[in-house]
Write a protein that binds this ligand. Structure first.
Ligand SMILES: *Cc1c(COP(=O)(O)O)cnc(C)c1O
Length: 403
C-alpha cells in the first residue's frame, strides 16, 4: 500500500495507555470485568446519560446483543438506514430478520424520518438509527413514531459519543445504544465497543448473553453461590487490558474532543468560500445538534469530481477516502432484493462524499497543507450541461431541511 505523508486516520495516544495496561497485568486479572472495565463503564454511563453500560468486544457485537435482547426472529423486519456500516444490518440478519432500508436526509445524511412511518408493517420489530458523523438524527420525531407503534429503537451510536440532540446525549434515546472503540473512532482501544441499556428491564438478560449464557456476572457480585448455563449467549466481554487502554482515552476525552473540534472548525473556516464557489457542500449541523466532531466530509458535485479530488490529494501525499456504499446496492443487499433507485439520496451522497484526514494529533501545519491542496482543486464537472445540472442540484441544500 502507498505511504501517505498525511494519513486519513492515526490512533490517538494520550499518555497513560501503557501504564494502565501494565497496571491491569500487575493486578493479576486480565480477563474481563476487572478494575478498568468498571472504570470505563462508569465513565461511559456518565457521558451517555445514565443508562447501564456493558463494555463489549466491538460495536458489531453490541448490535448482536441488541438483536438477541429484542428477541428478533426469522421473518421479522428491522428498519435501518441504507447509508451505514454493514454491522448495523448484519446483527439483525444473523437472527433471520429482513433489513428494510430507509433513505437519507439531504442535510445531515441521517435516516429520513419523514419516510419512517410508511415502512412500518406488523412485522417491524425494531428501528435502528445511526447518528451519521455524530450529528443527531431527528430523535423527537423518530421516538414519537416508534412509541406510537410500540417499536423499540436502537441507536447505533458508533459516531456519536459526546454528541447531543436538543441538549440530551446521543445514545440516551433508544431502548439501547451501541458504541464503537475501533481504531477509527474518536475514543479507541483498537477493537472494542459497548452496549448502553436505557431500558433497565434489559440489563439482567444482557449480562447473561454477554457471559456465554451464564449468570457469572451475578456470581461475581455474590448474588448467587454458583454460576450455570441459564440462556443462549456468547462471549462479548473484552479483556481488562483493552479496557485499560480505553480508560486512558476516556479519562482524556475532553482533550481529544477539544483537538478534534479545533481541526473540524479549521476545515470549515478554510474551505467555506472555496466550497461555495465550486458547488461543494460542507457538513450541515442543525442548530439543535451538538456534534461529536467524528468526521469532516464534503459532497462533491459528481462521482468523477470526487475521484479526481481523491487522486489530486493522493499525489500530494494526503489520504482522503470515500465512505459507505449504500447497503441495498452492495452484493449482499442486492441478494436481499435491493435495487438502484430504492434510496436515491443515499445513492447520490455515497457517490459524491469524501472524508478528510481528522485525527487527534493532526498538526496545524499538516492541516494547512490539506486545505491548500483542496483550494487548488476545481471540480472539473462544469464542462458539460449534464454535470452542471448535478452541480446545481448539489448546491441546493445549504440549510438544514425544515424539521
Ligand atoms: C465503526 C462502526 C460500526 C462497527 O464498529 P466495530 O466496533 O468495528 O464493530 C458499526 N456501525 C457504525 C455506524 C460504525 O461506524
Amino acid at each position: 500500500m502507498r505511504d501517505y505523508r498525511i494519513p486519513f486516520n492515526k490512533p490517538a495516544l494520550l499518555g497513560n495507555e501503557f501504564s494502565y495496561i501494565k497496571e491491569a497485568i500487575v493486578r493479576g486479572k486480565i480477563s474481563g470485568d476487572g478494575h478498568f472495565t468498571k472504570l470505563c463503564q462508569d465513565l461511559l454511563r456518565r457521558e451517555v446519560g445514565g443508562g447501564a453500560v456493558l463494555l463489549a468486544t466491538s460495536c458489531t457485537h453490541a448490535l448482536e446483543m441488541a438483536a438477541l435482547l429484542l428477541e428478533i426472529q426469522p421473518g421479522d423486519e428491522v428498519i435501518l438506514p441504507s447509508f451505514t456500516f454493514v454491522s448495523t444490518a448484519n446483527a439483525f440478519l444473523l437472527r433471520g430478520a429482513r433489513p428494510v432500508f430507509i433513505d437519507s436526509r439531504q442535510d445531515t445524511l441521517n435516516a429520513d424520518e419523514t419516510q419512517l412511518e410508511r415502512l412500518i408493517t406488523p412485522k417491524t420489530k425494531a428501528i435502528v438509527v445511526v447518528h451519521y458523523a455524530g450529528v443527531g438524527c431527528e430523535m423527537q420525531h423518530i421516538m414519537e413514531i416508534a412509541s406510537r407503534h410500540g417499536i423499540p429503537v436502537v441507536e447505533d451510536n458508533a459516531h456519536g459519543l459526546f454528541g447531543k440532540y436538543r441538549g440530551r446525549p446521543l445514545g440516551s434515546f433508544g431502548a439501547m445504544a451501541t458504541q464503537s472503540f475501533h481504531e477509527t473512532k474518536n475514543i479507541s482501544c483498537g477493537e472494542g465497543g459497548a452496549l448502553v441499556l436505557n431500558d433497565p428491564a434489559l440489563l439482567h438478560r444482557a449480562e447473561i448473553l454477554r457471559e456465554k449464557g451464564t449468570n457469572r456476572s451475578a456470581f461475581f457480585r455474590g448474588q448467587v453461590d454458583k454460576y450455570t448455563w441459564v440462556d443462549v449467549g456468547s462471549s462479548y466481554v473484552p479483556s481488562d487490558c483493552l479496557a485499560a487502554f480505553l480508560c486512558a482515552q476516556l479519562q482524556e476525552a475532553p482533550t481529544i474532543q477539544r483537538a478534534r473540534r479545533l481541526i473540524w472548525d479549521r476545515y470549515r473556516a478554510g474551505l467555506t468560500d472555496w466550497a461555495a464557489e465550486n458547488g461543494v457542500r460542507l457538513p450541515i449541523i442543525p442548530a439543535d445538534c451538538d456534534q461529536s466532531y467524528h468526521m469532516f466530509y464534503m459532497l462533491l458535485p459528481t462521482l468523477e469530481d470526487r475521484q479526481a479530488l481523491i487522486d489530486h490529494l493522493g499525489r500530494r501525499g494526503i489520504l482522503a477516502v470515500f465512505h459507505y456504499v449504500p447497503l441495498h446496492l452492495s452484493p449482499m443487499g442486492m441478494k436481499l432484493g435491493g435495487k438502484a433507485g430504492d434510496c436515491p439520496v443515499a445513492e447520490s451522497i455515497s457517490d459524491r462524499l469524501i472524508r478528510l484526514p481528522l485525527y487527534f494529533d493532526l498538526s496545524e501545519q499538516d492541516q494547512e497543507q490539506v486545505i491548500e491542496a483542496l483550494r487548488e482543486f476545481r471540480p472539473g464537472g462544469y464542462t458539460s450541461l449534464f454535470n452542471l445540472h448535478h452541480a446545481l442540484a448539489a448546491e441546493t441544500v445549504t440549510q438544514p431541511v425544515k424539521r
